[in-house]
Design a protein around this ligand. Structure first.
Ligand code: GLT
Ligand code: MN
Ligand code: MN
Length: 385
């Protein structure tokens, strides 16, 4: 079916760390061999991805010399050319190295914060060199187990200082880069700071250059905490702050599972895809997920193809939702009753509202046809409509 074949303009991207994931977990060792970045680029082009994203150290080992770095980057650039792949996003690993065991930008140790800035600036240079447009910051170690260790207000000041510092750096170098902050409620820390997309949005408004900073919400992260991911993304979109998105899946209340997109929560995934498509959102559809530990290289490809396929299926379902006469009739009826006029304040309007006699009982007696509406959506998603 042609419509389920990805096209470059669909903008599907994956991280090197996603298809390169070797299946290690806290209870078991790696089960898949190392695939070098160049091979991963080839694999991604085979499954129909538009681009590849990475952390600095997914590509360049943390202890590489300048000479080694240059050779690796040259080889990677050649692979991008050979397989016609872009690098739309780059990020920095501020969580693996033991130096960051108690945080990076929020560490109590100034030298750790300075090292984190240095590592990020070097990654930003590479991002600019490869033409990336978005730089993601995921503070994987920015958190605590022991709240006695840090005043949670100081933490925010330090976080802000570092993001402000990095914005100045980008401006100073005339890089066309924007930052996207990624929230997560916990894991690997007991509690992570700024745990939701909503917290990030509030934090961004306190920065020196809020226009340069948006969010990178991840499906699994809001879902872990039992929140409605679709609502969080809608808030980010509405605020003009959805700079990037991490698509995957997750069961509520578990550790961060990073499952194949739309493999668990079809309904939320559907509303999410519909939201992005209805909004005509221009960003990358980035999959931050990995194959089950049971898989080999074929399984990794099946995983990557599955992420893309599920997005395309849901995109088609969203189109059918928008064209479905029965669904649209219900929505239209709801809208007609609501009235689309904005509720604007004026002293007259306020006085008129205070005067008005509302039939509170009648309002309370009104029923809403949501059982019917939801079942139509279920029929649509389960393929009988
Ligand atoms: C890591 C994390 C993700 C982040 C990545 C970017 S790394 O896999 O679990 O959610 O998006 O730093
Ligand atoms: Mn992520
Ligand atoms: Mn995750």
């Amino acid at each position: 079916m042609d419509r389920l074949i990805p096209k470059p303009e669909d903008h599907f991207t994956f991280g090197l760390w996603t298809v390169g994931n070797r299946g290690r977990d806290p209870f078991g060792v790696e089960v898949r061999p190392v695939l070098p970045p160049v091979r991963l680029v080839q694999l991604l082009s085979e499954v129909g991805a538009y681009g590849v994203n990475f952390h600095d150290n997914d590509l360049i080992p943390i202890d590489a010399t300048f000479h080694e770095r240059d050779a690796i980057v040259a080889e990677f650039k050649q692979a991008l050319k050979d397989y016609n792949m872009r690098v739309p996003m780059v990020t920095v690993n501020l969580f693996t190295d033991p130096a960051f065991r108690d945080g990076a930008f929020t560490s109590n140790v100034r030298a750790v914060r300075e090292y984190a800035l240095q590592k990020t600036m070097v990654s930003i240079d590479l991002a600019a060199e490869l033409g990336a447009e978005v730089f993601v910051l995921w503070g994987g170690r920015e958190g605590t187990e022991v709240d006695a260790s840090k005043d949670a207000r100081d933490v925010l000041k330090r976080y802000r200082e570092c993001v402000d510092f990095l914005c100045e750096y980008v401006l100073d170098h005339n890089y066309a880069l924007k930052f996207a902050l990624e929230a997560k409620p916990n894991e690997p820390r007991g509690d992570l700071f700024l745990p939701t997309t909503g917290s990030m949005l509030a934090f961004i408004e306190t920065l020196a250059h809020p226009e340069m900073v948006g969010v990178n919400p991840e499906f699994a992260h809001e879902t872990m905490a039992g929140l409605n991911f679709y609502h969080q993304v809608a808030q980010a979109l509405e605020a003009g702050k959805l700079f990037h998105i991490d698509l995957n899946d997750q069961k509520i209340g578990r550790f961060d599972q990073d499952l194949r997109f739309a493999s668990e929560n079809f309904k939320t995934a559907f509303y999410l895809v519909k939201l992005l498509e209805d909004a005509g959102w221009q960003g990358m559809r980035h999959f931050d997920a990995h194959a089950y530990r049971t898989e080999d290289e074929e399984g990794v490809k099946a995983f990557a193809r599955g992420c893309i396929r599920n997005y395309l299926i849901l995109r088609e379902k969203a189109q059918r939702f928008n064209e479905d006469p029965e669904i649209q009739a219900i929505l239209q009826q709801l809208r007609a009753e609501g009235g689309d006029e904005p509720l604007l304040y004026s002293p007259e309007m306020a006085a008129a509202l205070k005067q008005r006699n509302f039939d509170r009982v009648a309002l309370g007696e009104k029923a809403y046809p949501y059982e019917k509406l939801d079942q139509l959506v279920v029929d649509l998603l389960l393929g009988v409509r």
